[in-house]
Design a protein around this ligand. Structure first.
Ligand code: SF4
Length: 344
């Protein structure tokens, strides 16, 4: 290759790198995941459970997006769909600019190590028949992350980074406490060198003191490896501590989204206000002004017409029962879907 060709190739690769640095790590556009619950000869008569219904957000490198909402709001299904553990009904999942929403087979297997998931119950997600070394290394071997000769050293290095002692390599999951098991799960996920980790209630099964250690481990690993997290939790204090941006989900839809400061200081949606009013304040003189939500969350198989929250909203108006509010940016990326704010 001539010198001229070499410098042209270097320029092209530098501009490709610069473009990639500006592309969000993950961009989710109008994502839908419907589960069929009744099939008919006519497609329009099919009945679906709309677990995730038209959700959009993005995650930048090295940042954390917290997702909150009551049980059954679709947080976990959204995480699993983004990870492609479920097929996508509609929408885009752009990972570093490439749509992975409909990848299959070998093409999907190739991108899989880039995004990993950490589950709520660390014991259920670890096979009791495998040692810690085998658990962490199983996928490393399958995806050929390191050459076989470096395999053991690599696993031990990952274990050390996650605060696990090296002699745990030969031990089995039942020999560990909940916090140590969750560290094994974190090491298992990080061994594949992911860029995005989806953490589904990763500390809710742990004691409060252990929760703090694991959260700090998440933060340290993020700073060191520039990891991005989607942090799914119903614990608002934990989400406030770890997140850069926060999304609030209700009945499969995102009802409010924004940076952490805006959202916690000025929650706009009545559902977010109700959720946040339940967060305890460590001040005995502070008077809690709780908004108690009435009734249960409606079925996602038959969501209310208009605003999905209107059956439980204490500020419901006539228009809310008929017209779906527009999900709109009201400044600084603070998006809300509610008729209390201008709709055009
Ligand atoms: Fe409440 Fe209406 Fe806003 Fe829905 S649109 S949250 S029902 S005020």
């Amino acid at each position: 290759m001539t010198e001229e060709r070499k410098s042209e190739a270097a320029e092209v690769s530098a501009s490709a790198e610069a473009a990639q640095a500006h592309t969000p790590l993950l961009q989710v556009n109008h994502l839908k995941k419907y589960f069929p619950i009744k099939k008919s000869f006519k497609k329009e008569n099919n009945v679906y459970l709309k677990a995730v219904d038209d959700i959009s957000f993005q995650v930048d490198r090295g940042k954390t997006v917290g997702i909150v909402g009551e049980s059954g709001c679709g947080k976990t299904t959204m995480g699993r769909t983004v990870l492609r553990l479920y097929d996508v009904t509609d929408g885009e999942i752009l990972f570093e600019g490439k749509d992975i929403a409909h990848l299959k087979g070998e093409a999907l297997r190739k991108v899989r190590p880039n995004f990993q998931m950490i589950f709520q119950d660390p014991y259920a997600s670890l096979s009791p028949r495998l040692t810690v070394g085998e658990l962490i290394g199983e996928a490393v071997r399958v995806h050929k992350i390191v050459p076989p000769s470096e395999y053991k050293d690599y696993i031990i290095d990952v274990m050390k980074k996650c605060g696990l002692q090296t002699h745990y390599y030969e031990r089995y999951p039942h020999e560990f406490s909940g916090g140590q098991r969750q560290r094994i799960c974190i090491a298992k996920a990080l061994a594949l060198k992911p860029k995005l980790v989806i953490c589904d209630e990763p500390v809710s099964a742990l004691d409060v003191s252990i929760q703090a250690q694991v959260i700090n481990l998440f933060k340290d690993l993020q700073e060191r490896d520039n990891l991005a997290y989607i942090f799914i939790s119903h614990d608002l204090s934990v989400v406030e501590h770890i997140s850069d941006e926060v999304g609030v989900m209700y009945l499969g839809s995102m009802v409010e989204y924004g940076n952490k400061e805006d959202l916690f200081e000025n929650p706009m949606h009545p559902y977010t206000q109700a959720l946040f009013s339940a967060v305890p304040v460590p001040d005995p003189d502070y008077k809690m002004n709780r908004v108690i939500l009435q009734g249960d969350i409606p079925s996602p198989a038959n969501p209310p017409v208009g605003c999905k929250f209107h059956t439980r909203c204490n500020r419901c108006m006539d228009i809310c029962k008929e017209v779906t509010p527009v999900y709109k940016d009201y400044g600084n990326g603070h998006c809300v879907a509610c008729h209390l704010y201008p709709q055009d």
